[in-house]
Ligand binder design. Structure first.
Ligand SMILES: N[C@@H](CCC(=O)N[C@@H](CS)C(=O)NCC(=O)O)C(=O)O
Length: 307
């Protein structure tokens, strides 16, 4: 009997969804895609809350089982599916260490921090119109208000989920009013990247973070670097000779087919912006195309200079 491929519930801007998409690509697992539109709170609809009461993507559906949380999904894929091991037995300890360390970074704080405190970043690729909407969303506490509205119509047993999410959103909205919170997160990520830079320095060429294999630690690092680059922290964190081994690693990532497929596609970047903050039309299509083109030109110059 033919078995259906797994189905991934995800969203293009979702950092944690991207990690699972990269894991699926690395293992060569075909899957069905179901976007859950976070921009219109589809993750708070009753059908999705039944799948994941935390109201978060990604979720993997496989053989009538639902697996939530990116780290759990990646572990599941390694256990159940063939393909290169993302947590190979050799170097497992190091791999878990870096996975945990990278997962501790509060990416949402850094992403919104980049638009709320633009002097902290350089060359942020998020179009201005989207940045304005992101600022407004945080400053006017849009998410917690929206959740309060939605809570009015839900069954009593689901109310508790909403109360928890409202408290989390308020805590986030309050935290983002303080630049210090963003700076502290930036210092934390800087410390982690410095340690990784040292690790990479001592590696033979051709190796990834934990050895010759591309592991879950590389998945976490790859998706984090991509986000930091997109929102404009790369120049202060690793470019301009700050962390040369991270810089070289990032260039190798850009040459990796699976990474390019999941992360650098202009289409998904556009889609994520449109879905999250509304249709901004042709301007952002053009901006997105320019971003991809600039990246390709920069890469060819970079490689020409290094080889
Ligand atoms: N620990 C979870 C975190 C998942 C998560 O934070 N997902 C975000 C998108 S990246 C989300 O769905 N947020 C919607 C919400 O909480 O309202 C994982 O690793 O999968």
């Amino acid at each position: 009997m033919e078995v259906d491929p797994p189905r991934l519930y995800h969203f293009p801007t979702s950092f944690h969804s991207q990690k699972v998409m990269l894991a699926l690509a690395e293992k060569g697992i075909p899957y069905r895609s179901r976007q859950v539109n976070l921009g219109v709170s589809e993750n708070y609809t009753s059908w999705f809350l039944k799948i994941n009461p935390k109201a978060q993507v990604p979720v993997l559906e496989d053989n009538d089982k639902y697996i939530i949380d990116s780290a759990a999904i990646i572990r599941y894929l390694d256990d159940v599916y063939e393909g290169p091991l993302l947590m190979p037995p050799i170097g497992e300890k190091k791999c878990s260490y870096y996975q945990e360390s990278l997962q501790s970074v509060k990416v949402e704080v850094l992403t919104f921090g980049a638009v709320l405190y633009p002097h902290l970043v350089k060359n942020c690729s998020i179009p201005d119109v989207i940045q304005e909407r992101m600022c407004k969303a945080v400053m006017s506490a849009q998410k917690s208000h929206k959740l309060r509205e939605l809570m009015k119509d839900v069954e009593p047993d689901v109310k508790v989920i909403f109360e928890k999410k409202i408290a989390e959103s308020e805590e986030f909205e309050e935290r983002m009013r303080h630049e210090d919170a963003v700076v502290a997160e930036l210092e934390k990520v800087e410390k982690i990247l410095k340690e990784i830079n040292e690790e990479l320095k001592n590696k033979e060429s051709g190796c990834w973070l934990c050895g010759p294999d591309f592991t879950v630690a590389d998945i976490c690092l790859a998706i984090l670097l991509q986000r930091l680059k997109l929102v404009g922290y790369a120049s202060r964190l690793w470019e301009e000779d700050h962390l040369p081994h991270i810089e070289a690693y990032y260039v190798r990532l850009l040459l990796r087919k699976t990474f390019r497929h999941v992360c650098v596609g202009g289409a998904s970047y556009m889609e994520m912006m449109r879905n999250t903050f509304g249709d901004v039309g042709t301007v952002s299509v053009i901006l997105s195309a320019i971003t991809s083109l600039c990246l390709a030109i920069w890469l060819s110059f970079y490689m020409a200079g290094k080889t």
